[in-house]
Ligand binder design. Structure first.
Ligand code: NAD
Ligand code: GLY
Length: 361
């Protein structure tokens, strides 16, 4: 078991990482929100597997439980779903202090978090993430929101949870492809902040793939600690929180152009990190070994490091449309050493184009 505290100027909360924590969900939530009713809003597929245990735990802690299921998939992270969840909560008269619990991956957590932030101007929000990506990244730090036809995550808020409850046992049912996607974000954390995390992941690949619970608890705790430190330093992303976007400028362009579902987010991030590291090495910003280590690590956990991609003009156009563009300059997060990155918005198109060619299969 591990607990990581996120300590912000106006709010502090714990991230509890504990095999079997789902059985204690009700007890943990009741200590923070001792109300009559709670809402459990989960990913449809996750509710089928774990909804029963979560409801049982909440009822055993004395809650009347309202449940709602969000159909699985990024295409359901939208305002229609938000509207339906408001109805579920209004119909059951959830009150201002009633806790709302998100049970699922990042799609579910982002959507339910937005509902929690806006229902009655904000109700206590509990994150119970069930993908590795959501455990190490999406559930911590308070970014909540939904997609609109104009783009991903364009409507949202910063709304911190009152607690994050992580049960690594639920990873036993997570498809291996989704586990690998979470590992891409773990590698990202190592590259931006902690070289030793990269070494540790490389040394523990077999235990991670076997879902050894001690190893998974340590993996999640190390990553949550990095994410918490970044968020504590810059909650609203006016500076260093942008470091978490390492690899993402390339990745978003891949996701936007390759066709829905071709690459999952973590796979695009993996290719994006490789492209960014190659570009940094070519620009003389870092040693070529940084690129080599990222490639070796991504390969070791089964992530792609190149792919069949659209033509470079299409990818460049997509990069310019990304919401991370400021004053028409594309913003890159680039390593200058393993474990350290800097933000650059002065990179010539020629260097970016050359980087794209290095990750084209
Ligand atoms: P996801 O929520 O779509 O879940 C992936 C799949 O795994 C789904 O099919 C889901 O049904 C299934 N699943 C989840 N948990 C399971 C389990 N334990 N057992 C079996 N199946 C399970 O995907 P994701 O990768 O978790 O999240 C991606 C989303 O997270 C994106 O929308 C992205 O924008 C968002 N995100 C947000 C932040 C943030 O800071 N808020 C950070 C990173 C990503
Ligand atoms: N995943 C990016 C962030 O939380 O800022």
């Amino acid at each position: 078991m591990a607990t990581v505290n996120v300590n912000l100027p106006h709010h502090t909360y714990d991230v509890i990482i504990e095999p079997g924590a789902l059985q204690r969900l009700g007890q943990i939530v009741r200590a923070l929100a001792p109300q009559k009713r709670a809402a459990l809003l989960g990913d449809g597929e996750v509710m089928n597997i774990y909804g029963g245990a979560a409801v049982e735990s909440l009822k055993a802690a004395g809650y009347d439980v309202t449940t709602g299921a969000i159909p699985t998939g990024e295409e359901n992270k939208n305002l229609d779903t938000v509207r339906k969840l408001y109805d579920v909560m209004l119909n059951d008269r959830l009150e201002r202090r009633s806790p709302v619990i998100a049970l699922g991956g990042g799609v579910n957590g982002d959507t339910v978090g937005f509902v929690a932030a806006t229902y009655l101007r904000g109700v206590p929000f509990v994150q119970c993430p069930t993908t590795l990506l959501a455990m190490v990244d999406a559930s911590v730090g308070g970014k909540v929101g939904v997609n609109v036809p104009q783009g991903k995550n364009l409507i949202g808020a910063f709304y911190q949870p009152v607690v994050v409850v992580i049960d690594p046992m639920v990873l036993q049912t997570l498809p291996p492809r989704e586990l690998r996607c979470g590992l891409a974000e773990c590698i990202k954390h190592g590259v931006i902040r902690d070289e030793s995390l990269c070494t540790w992941i490389a040394d523990n690949v077999a235990k991670i793939q076997a879902l050894d619970m001690k190893t998974m608890t340590d993996l999640v705790a190390r990553n949550v600690a990095i994410k918490a430190a970044v968020v504590q330093a810059d909650e609203k992303e006016s500076g260093e929180r942008a470091h978490l976007n390492f690899g993402h400028t390339f990745a978003h362009a891949i996701e936007a152009t390759a066709g829905y579902g071709t690459y999952h987010h973590g796979e695009a991030v993996s290719i994006g990190m490789v492209a960014a590291a190659q570009m940094a090495a070519d620009l003389g910003m870092c040693d070529a070994s940084v690129h080599t280590r990222i490639v070796e690590l991504c390969n070791a956990v089964g992530l792609p490091t190149s792919g069949e991609l659209p033509d470079t003009d299409t990818l460049m156009d997509a990069m310019r449309l990304d919401k991370k563009v400021a004053d028409a300059k594309i913003r890159f997060v680039l390593p200058d050493a393993m474990g350290h990155v800097v933000i650059r918005n002065d990179i010539d198109d020629a260097a970016v184009r050359a980087a794209w060619e290095t990750v084209r299969a």
